[in-house]
Design a binder for this molecule. Structure first.
Ligand code: 3PY
Ligand code: ZN
Length: 632
């Protein structure tokens, strides 16, 4: 039986096993009876039926559509795509190839930023995997698929009880011809705070080994010092592309703009080129880059550097397709779009419509729009299952030019303000957000710097404090930790430095520093700590889980406990995962590769004297009972 664990292991099957393989994978020596997996899957279903989904709770009835997966020819093969091109050309030559293309290239963000921005990052692996193979076979001309990083790493474990690493491995397998792209927060990796350099390096190496081809690297204050290590690591220790991102903020063409000028962006692009980036991204995380500004910025950047330019925006104002049009005319190489069903508002512009916009022009990238629409329709249906995570935004808003909140933060702050009882003060919160930005010296706002601004705005709104109060009564106020950390230098250095008067008020006696935050951190003894981790978590997925633990210790511990309890839930159908089953409903669950079970929910008893209910299922024809405590 141990041998069968080993033989069925994905890493082993991919031929990645070294001599130390078994030594590093104590989990393979744990015997799991096959029925164990079915029982654990039913345990999750039973818990949801009795108490609602453990992270969502009970919600009002949601009317959802079961998604229709576009049909593909069985056993059809994968056409070669950019993955093969990158592998055969190498990163530098591939970047030159991108620059040489006449037609526009696309990154599809549906699997990452699309749902991060519209559905609080909650889209589960199974909903993406259902269409991953078909999409890769139908659209091999795409530049890349953005599938990982940003908030997905944390949310997968915290709210979905899924392993982010297994998700990546699944994507790699389902899309072997596509470049897989991730968003890396520089020295903060996929977290909210700086980590020791050797942890970031190891994380990058393992991300590449497990499938990442394009690393989009940014710093939340545009501080290049904090991006260097990641760029170098991608360049020197992987065969992937280092895409260095410049965060765009403010209005570059505003005559009053003194900080974020054209010169500022061009200087930054040149420096990132010198640092070894293969591609430069303009990362417009709030959707502030207007069409005529994009026209100038892209045109001038093309002249200033020799690298391809990749443009990212959010359609919060609803005019960002026009930005893509002008950028395309100015020679931008790659643009980010999300499939129609998950596009618009705080997400990316609509992939399908942008394709249509460029049809017949000299920059058209030929694509089967009819098929692309089928995939958009699939996402429209999937989205109905995620209704509780919608932000409630119904239309684009020009207010974004005032508050400048990044796409994903708007809905977050909205729900945070409701949970703090400030729901009726959301307008004031948005105003305070803009005020705080100015107080902090007009900074780039993106994770984690956007959290600092959001925390401070919440603090002011909930305590009815204005800017004047901060200066007058600052010594008596206890500011949010993230704000103190920002002024101490924990996020790095903003362009133009910190506003010193406010820095003194916030820090009181604490001394700020100007080196990289990671420079204060001792390297982790990865070997020693990994050995301990294996003892503490013998049934983990080995080193990859160890990295997850080092990035998010508490989140990992909870995730691990939940995986022990429920098994790998990533392939349980989403409607059952979020809302449970109704009586006599039957679903198929793939509990491991090649093994699918058929589960029918029969009935649920009343609570017994100890508050327990018995949930009965039929599993492959046999009745099975699971006891669940009723928490109501
Ligand atoms: C993230 O860091 O998650 C982002 O999407 C920033 O734009
Ligand atoms: Zn984004």
């Amino acid at each position: 039986p141990f041998l069968s664990n080993v033989i069925n292991d994905k890493e082993f099957q991919k031929g990645k096993a070294r001599v130390s393989f078994i030594e590093n994978r104590p989990d393979l020596l744990v015997l799991r009876k096959p029925k164990d997996r079915s029982t654990r899957a039913m345990k999750l279903l039973a818990d949801v039926i009795v108490n609602g989904n453990p992270t969502l709770g009970r919600v009002q009835k949601v009317d959802f559509e079961l998604p229709k997966v576009p049909i593909i020819q069985p056993y059809s093969s994968y056409p070669d795509g950019n993955k093969q091109r990158l592998d055969s050309m190498g990163a530098d030559k591939f970047a030159q190839w991108v620059k040489d293309q006449k037609s526009i290239l696309y990154t599809d963000t549906t699997f990452r930023d699309g749902h991060q921005s519209l559905l609080a990052t909650r889209v589960r692996t199974t909903d993406m995997l259902q269409v991953a193979e078909g999409f890769a076979k139908n659209f091999p001309q795409l530049f890349s698929m953005e599938v990982w990083g940003g908030a997905t790493f944390d949310v997968a474990m915290r709210f979905l009880y899924e392993s982010p690493w297994r998700r990546l491995q699944d994507f790699r397998e389902a899309m072997p011809n596509m470049l897989l792209q991730m968003l890396l927060r520089g020295s903060n990796a996929v977290g909210y705070t700086a980590y020791p350099d050797n942890l970031v390096e190891s994380f990058i190496e393992k991300s590449a080994e497990n499938g990442i081809d394009v690393f989009r690297i940014f710093d939340s204050l545009n501080w290049i010092e904090s991006m260097k290590l990641s760029i170098r690591t991608v360049r020197e220790r992987t065969n992937s592309l280092a895409e260095a991102a410049i965060c765009y903020t403010g209005e570059m063409l505003d005559p009053n703009q003194t900080k974020y000028t054209l010169q500022y962006y061009l200087d930054m692009a040149r420096q990132l080129e010198d640092e070894g980036a293969h591609i430069i991204a303009i990362k417009d995380m709030a959707g502030l880059l207007k069409p005529y500004t994009a026209e100038v910025l892209v045109r001038e950047m093309k002249k200033a550097i020799d690298l391809p330019i990749h443009l990212h925006t959010h359609d919060t104002s609803s005019i960002q397709a026009a930005t893509y049009l002008k950028a395309t005319e100015s020679g931008v190489d790659v643009i980010d779009c999300a499939l129609g069903g998950l596009s618009g508002l705080t997400s990316q512009p609509n992939f399908n419509s942008v394709v249509a916009m460029l049809q017949g022009t000299e920059r058209e990238c030929e694509m089967d729009l009819h098929k692309l629409n089928q995939y958009s329709n699939y996402w429209e249906d999937v989205r109905t299952m995620y209704a509780p995570f919608e932000s409630g935004l119904k239309s684009g808003s020009a207010e974004v030019y005032d508050h400048q909140m990044p796409g994903g933060q708007y809905s977050n702050l909205k729900s945070q303000s409701i949970s703090l009882g400030l729901g009726d003060k959301f307008d004031l919160l948005k105003e305070n957000y803009a005020i705080v930005n100015n107080l902090l010296g007009d900074i780039v706002k993106v994770t984690p710097s956007s959290k600092v601004v959001g925390d401070m705005a919440l603090f002011m709104t909930s305590n009815s404090i204005d800017a004047d109060d901060i200066f007058k009564k600052g010594d008596t106020l206890s500011f949010p930790e993230s704000v103190k950390g920002f002024f101490r230098g924990d996020l790095g250095q903003p362009p133009g430095g910190f506003p010193t008067e406010l820095q003194k008020i916030i820090l009181k006696d604490v001394k700020p520093y100007t080196e990289r935050p990671n420079a204060h951190m001792e390297p982790i003894d990865l070997e020693k700590e990994f050995a301990q981790f294996q003892i503490d978590f013998p049934s983990s997925d080995g080193y990859l889980d160890f990295l997850a633990y080092k990035l998010y210790d508490k989140v990992y511990e909870d995730f691990h406990a939940n995986r022990e309890k429920y098994g790998d839930v990533s392939l349980i159908p989403s409607h059952a995962f979020w809302y449970g089953l109704h009586q006599n409903q039957e679903i198929m669950i793939q509990i491991e590769e090649g093994k699918t079970i058929l589960v029918r929910y029969l009935y649920c008893s009343e609570s017994d004297d100890e508050g327990m209910r018995t949930v009965s299922f039929e599993l492959n024809g046999q009745t099975r009972k699971i006891k669940v405590r009723d928490m109501a």
